[in-house]
Ligand binder design. Structure first.
Ligand SMILES: [Zn+2]
Length: 179
């Protein structure tokens, strides 16, 4: 660690203490005597995501964030809310301490996070992520949300996402095709 003032490459540690998940060291340059602080933190070991087709891929916060941003596009969310959700999910993943995580686990965490954050973003993500593989599940989710209308606080006069009738018809057609 070079001195930020003179660039000299050696310093002595004059104080050292544990902070959160790392160590804070107060240092003094051996050349110009300037003092500066360094933090040492454990680098998490690589985390791999097991995709549905069993391929493994290194976890990428950027990818997670891109997915979240897409779902939350043009939604009136507070600045930093999406980044915070990505941070929370990433922290939770590393906290689990596993080397490999199935992508569905991450998907479920995203669903849960978006559900708390924004109704529309949640439905958008669910429709892509669940791939409408089982539209009856999506309908159940929507019914649950619509049932919680007082909590969801849908603006007055806004139409439901899809008319219930139509969903039922689609679900029936879908089921027939799949079985
Ligand atoms: Zn120096």
């Amino acid at each position: 660690m070079n001195c930020p003032f003179c660039g000299y490459n050696d310093s002595k540690v004059i104080d050292s203490r544990d902070v959160n998940d790392g160590i804070r060291r107060r240092r003094q340059c051996l050349s110009c005597d300037s003092r500066f602080t360094t933090y040492e933190r454990l680098q998490p070991t690589a985390l791999f995501v097991i995709k549905k087709d069993q391929r493994r891929e290194e976890f990428s916060r950027d990818k997670l964030l891109t997915g979240l941003r897409k779902a939350c596009e043009k939604r009136p969310l507070p600045t930093g809310a999406v980044d915070k959700l990505a941070d929370d999910i990433e922290a939770e993943l590393y906290h689990q301490g596993k080397a490999e995580i199935p992508s569905v686990v991450i998907g479920d965490m995203v669903m849960a996070g978006l559900k708390n954050l924004d109704y529309i973003a949640y439905i958008r993500f669910a429709s892509v992520y669940r791939d409408f593989a089982d539209i009856t599940i999506l309908k159940q989710e929507i019914d649950t949300l619509v049932g919680d209308e007082t909590e969801v606080a849908r603006p007055a006069g806004q139409l439901p996402l899809l008319p219930g009738e139509e969903l039922v018809t689609m679900a029936k057609g879908h089921r027939r095709r799949r079985r």
